[in-house]
Design a protein around this ligand. Structure first.
Ligand SMILES: CC(C)(COP(=O)(O)OP(=O)(O)OC[C@H]1O[C@@H](n2cnc3c(N)ncnc32)[C@H](O)[C@@H]1OP(=O)(O)O)[C@@H](O)C(=O)NCCC(=O)NCCS
Length: 192
């Protein structure tokens, strides 16, 4: 089933609230900045450095044609060149896909930079990647109490897709599941 309310914010649109912010594909050298940002934000999925680094391992593996594809974007504060490369990373999104089905694994924006559209730009960039690769759906889990993230997901068209009781620990909490499903365009129109 398609999702009729899907809206795709244009990730190339200038971000008026954060004029110096540049969204780009993440590289291995961004991992220290991503780890720091993740640690500073308890609501984000807490990954080790190794888990982030695995996002940049060759994918799919040479002997595994069905291995997952990884995708990561960072938001960089490009106007503050006096900051270390690590400190310039103010947001990121990481995801993985198996064939046409994707999972959004983590999205974080630095607390001082929230509310200015960076989360929307990161999500829109990821959605563009999935759509242009003919992806079929994006799935995610989020803490039930995480109202800002849930509002962001709804804003770009995700629909609630269930609940996992007691999914999270420290503190224990249920997970809300969300899914964004793309239209499959029909080409059955009769020629004039
Ligand atoms: C969720 C998060 C990534 C949003 O990033 P952001 O840059 O602030 O998001 P945006 O400015 O693009 O806001 C997009 C939408 O999110 C919602 N939103 C953002 N902050 C919100 C808040 N404090 N309260 C309610 N809704 C909020 C709004 O719907 C907003 O759209 P609007 O500006 O048109 O009203 C950010 O709050 C964050 O990093 N949180 C901590 C990590 C986290 O919870 N990650 C999700 C794990 S599943």
């Amino acid at each position: 089933m398609g999702n009729s309310s899907f809206r795709n914010p244009d990730p190339r649109r200038p971000n008026l609230h954060n004029p110096g912010v540049h969204i780009r594909r993440a590289i291995l050298a961004d991992v220290p900045g991503m780890v720091e940002l993740g640690k500073a934000n308890p609501a984000a999925a807490q990954w080790s450095r190794m888990q982030y680094e695995q996002q940049f391992s060759k994918s799919p593996a040479a002997n595994d044609f069905h291995g997952p594809e990884h995708f990561a974007l960072v938001a960089e504060q490009a106007s503050e060149l006096d900051l270390s490369a690590e400190k310039r990373i103010i947001g990121f999104i990481v995801a993985s896909g198996l064939e046409t089905d994707w999972e959004l694994e983590n999205i974080v924006v630095a607390a001082k930079s929230r509310g200015g559209g960076i989360g929307t730009l990161l999500l829109a960039g990821f959605i563009d990647h999935v759509r242009t690769g003919n992806g079929r759906s994006i799935f995610l889990e989020v803490r039930e109490s995480n109202q800002s993230a849930r509002a962001l997901y709804r804003k770009v068209g995700f629909k609630e897709a269930g609940l996992r009781k007691g999914y999270y620990a420290d503190p224990a909490e249920d997970a809300m599941l969300y899914r964004l499903t793309f239209f499959e365009v029909s080409h059955n129109e009769t020629a004039p």
